[in-house]
Design a protein around this ligand. Structure first.
Ligand code: NAP
Length: 264
């Protein structure tokens, strides 16, 4: 395959990532030929928007795709691969935690295209600044993937499966856990019928601060100050929510431990 040759794509998965990548590929002139998903409604809807064909049968995978993007839940990637005949086409998955070796013996040209971003179908994301982490089984495939990824984003890195696992773990802390903290804040406010909107400027400033300071330097709050009376009062307010209180205890402990390490 010649460098930069990818002109067409097939999407397997019409969920959050399939949706965003499909639109981005279309916008940059990579024609999405076909969308495949489990249910007819989801592949039909996305295919309609991308002017592509659709099917729920992996056996009907279009044989002429320049790149096949598998954007299905991590736990489904292997079973999808086992059902497909990729021929000589380049095939990638988009998962942070699944090693590239999942394609071993099942494809000739393969790799990974992992976007370090949180995607939800209903919320547009500008891919141009989203880190795209690539990996491929040959130098040529890596070059082709790099050309494609560079058209999608200004931040493209070649990363091994081992490194990617740690990046995914970090993303769970930085994004998924942080969002769960927002959900807990919303639950706490709801106890007194206070709107969550009140938190939004604080959340905005907290995430903006790490553009100037390291996360450790940006930490504030009662645990950092070792303010025991306030910590005890917060735990008292959570008397009727022992699971949340336990989480509060553990995270406060972690903040105190980090602060002690910093002060050594
Ligand atoms: N969402 C993110 O923020 C994000 C970020 C980076 C990487 N990723 C990775 O991207 C991948 C997809 O995540 P997602 O959030 O897009 O998942 P998702 O929204 O749950 O969508 C999964 C899609 O896969 C389809 N699917 C499931 N099993 C299938 C099968 N056996 N055959 C064909 N299609 C099947 C589903 O079909 P139906 O529509 O019919 O149910 C659905 O369209 C995962 O590997 C994930 O780790 C996600």
């Amino acid at each position: 395959m010649m460098q930069g040759e990818i002109k067409t794509a097939v999407l397997i998965g019409a969920g959050n990532v399939g949706w965003h990548l499909g639109h981005a590929l279309n916008e940059m002139g990579i024609r999405v030929l076909q969308v495949i998903s489990k249910s007819p409604s989801s592949c039909k809807e996305l295919a309609g928007l991308l002017h592509a064909d659709y099917t729920t049968s992996l056996q009907q995978l279009a044989p002429e795709a320049g790149i096949i993007v598998i954007a299905v839940p991590d736990s489904r990637i292997e079973e999808v691969i086992l059902q497909c005949d990729f021929h000589q086409n380049l095939v990638v998955h988009t998962a942070g935690s699944v090693p590239m070796e999942v394609f071993n013996g099942r494809a000739v040209n393969y790799g990974v295209l992992y976007p370090v971003m949180t995607f939800t179908r209903s919320k547009p994301v500008d891919l141009a600044s989203v880190p795209l982490l690539i990996e491929a089984n040959t130098t040529g495939n890596n070059e082709n993937l790099n050309v494609l990824a560079t058209r999608l984003s200004g931040v493209v890195r070649t990363i091994s499966s081992e490194q990617r696992k740690y990046i995914h773990l970090a993303a769970v802390f930085a994004c998924n856990f942080t969002n769960h903290m927002y959900a807990l804040a919303e639950t706490t406010l709801a106890l007194k019928e206070i709107p969550f909107d009140l938190m939004k400027p604080l959340i905005g400033e907290t995430s903006d601060k790490i553009n100037r300071l390291s996360p450790r330097a940006a930490q504030t709050g009662p645990a950092l100050r070792n303010d025991i009376p306030t910590l005890e009062e917060h735990l008292r307010l959570l008397d009727s929510h022992p699971d949340i209180a336990e989480l509060y205890r553990q995270i406060s402990k972690s903040i105190i431990t980090f602060a002690r390490q910093k002060n050594k």
